[in-house]
Write a protein that binds this ligand. Structure first.
Ligand SMILES: Cc1ncc(COP(=O)(O)O)c(C=O)c1O
Length: 473
């Protein structure tokens, strides 16, 4: 050990406990926050299904969808629109492209927001009509754009001059006008491949040219913040930035949108991003990562009402026709409708840290690495949570760590853990890295239905054309 590294280590050893003492301790969410309860020593859903027994029946790991939660979130999001006092809602398919989930969201009247040829195909396959589909994304295939024009898709939003040119070319080939929007990136929003920089002169020329084009019906401006919003004042500020831009564009071009698509980016009440400071303290000193306050979180329904009211007031004050307001939420609709069950395979002391090896890791729960996700040990709900454990996944790489330090009651091999709020981005980001992807089951009023079967070993090689067909001896 060099002199410098000794000084750093000693400093950390002395200062660490002092800093750690000052950090807030985690207070776990109650089970009821997730529609769960404890009965006769078992954690169950609201209809009495014992969660631990799902693993006995369907294997581990296991994605579980709560139908009640899906219905609740969808109905609350659509209520303002159905009562004609809020924005229309299109679900962001990429967040959770599981047909059983999508179908249930569509039953509420929600539209589809898709970003690829596959997602466009899936929406149509699920029976979503073109006028309930918004087609976004920087990589749309020519064929899928042609299909969207043919189907009179509600909006095809262009990300660049080139994207708009290829939509125009497809519209000319199809012989129908394309309903288009232009995605604009205001300062602080996702930019790069997404949308036109709001300060660029090209936005003005795109609007002018699109208005003159016989192949385009320029309807919309599209915005998507990217960085999530939790508080109402953040949402209001975001809307005000958009409206300032609308005014500027109107003054420059004389054009005002007929549709204002303000994107997604709302939070899930029970998850939140982990700050760099929290992450470092947790990893180095084992301090707790604390949960967000679910009460301060703006819901999709609230954003639907606030955006409609604010945009309505802005346009009427200027005597301009009020646009249809549209939202594209993802995580806020589905994150808290799923959880992931995973079993403890090994508990291993390694120096200062006890590692727990679980059969689910970053391969199927990637979001857990950078967000707070409540974890319950269903097999030991009430033991004293004195020590922290590093929870590793099954993949043979040091990067497969879901929780660097999670304080919990002493775990044992065979325990079943529930990682909460895994409904957004975990499934689409999951991989079959060394392990086939697990099944997805839906809990609906006491019934348990497999909605996606788990991958088999054969599935993993089913597309390989050089696989030897003879069985090994
Ligand atoms: C264009 C667009 N709309 C909507 C969403 C959904 O975002 P979120 O899950 O943050 O609501 C995304 C996600 O990246 C997106 O890119």
């Amino acid at each position: 050990m060099t002199f410098l590294s000794r000084v750093i280590t000693e400093g950390r050893d002395r200062l660490g406990p002092v800093v750690a003492q000052r950090q807030a301790k985690r207070v776990d969410f109650p089970l009821s926050q997730f529609g769960l309860r404890e009965r006769n020593g078992h954690v169950t859903d609201a209809h009495g299904v014992v969660l631990r027994e799902l693993v006995d029946e369907f294997g581990s790991p296991l994605h579980v969808v709560q139908a009640d939660a899906l219905r609740r979130n969808a109905a609350a999001a659509m209520a303002p629109s159905l009562a004609r006092r809020g924005a229309d809602v299109f679900f962001s398919y990429k967040t959770n492209p599981v047909p059983a989930v999508l179908e249930r969201l569509h039953r509420s009247g929600m539209g589809a927001e898709v970003i690829s040829a596959y997602e466009y195909w899936l929406a149509r396959r699920l029976g979503v009509p073109g006028h309930r589909i918004i087609y976004n994304g920087p990589a749309k295939s020519a064929e899928s754009v042609a299909a969207a024009i043919e189907d009179e898709a509600y909006l095809i939003n262009a990300n660049s001059v080139g994207d708009l040119a290829s939509i125009t070319a497809q519209a000319a080939a199809v012989g129908k006008r394309a309903n288009v929007g232009i995605r604009v990136a205001l300062p602080g929003m996702w930019a790069g491949q997404f949308g036109m920089d709001s300060g660029s002169i090209d936005v003005l020329s795109m609007v002018r040219e699109a208005r003159l084009s016989a192949d385009l019906n320029l309807r919309a401006l599209h915005f998507h913040r990217g960085i999530t919003m939790r508080r109402i004042d953040e949402v209001e500020e975001y809307l005000d930035d958009i409206l300032r831009f609308v005014d500027y564009l109107g003054a420059e071009t004389g054009w005002f949108p007929e549709v204002l698509d303000v994107g997604g980016s709302l939070s899930c009440p029970t998850t939140s991003g982990i700050s760099t400071k929290e992450f470092r303290l947790n990893r180095a000193l084992g301090t707790d990562i604390t949960p967000p306050d679910p009460r301060d979180c703006v819901t999709v329904g609230q954003m639907a009402e606030v955006s409609q009211a604010r945009i309505h007031a802005h346009f009427t004050a200027r005597d301009i026709p009020v646009p249809q307001v549209v939202l594209e939420p993802g995580r806020a609709l589905v994150a808290d409708t799923h959880f992931l069950l995973t079993s403890v395979l090994d508990v291993k002391a390694d120096g200062d840290i006890t590692h727990l090896v679980a059969d689910a890791g970053t391969n199927i729960a990637e979001s857990v690495t950078n967000e707070f996700h409540q974890l319950f040990n269903l097999s030991n709900m009430h033991g004293p949570a004195e020590d922290a454990y590093r929870i590793a996944g099954p993949i043979c790489t040091p990067a497969d760590v879901t929780y660097n330090n999670w304080r919990m009651a002493k775990p044992a091999v065979g325990d079943v853990l529930a990682i909460m709020d895994t409904g957004a981005y975990c499934i689409p980001f999951s991989t079959s890295f060394s392990f086939p992807r697990p099944p997805i089951v839906l809990l609906d009023a006491g019934r348990t239905v497999i909605v996606r079967r788990g991958e088999t070993f054969d599935d993993l090689v089913s597309r390989d054309i050089d696989l030897r067909v003879d069985e090994p001896k």
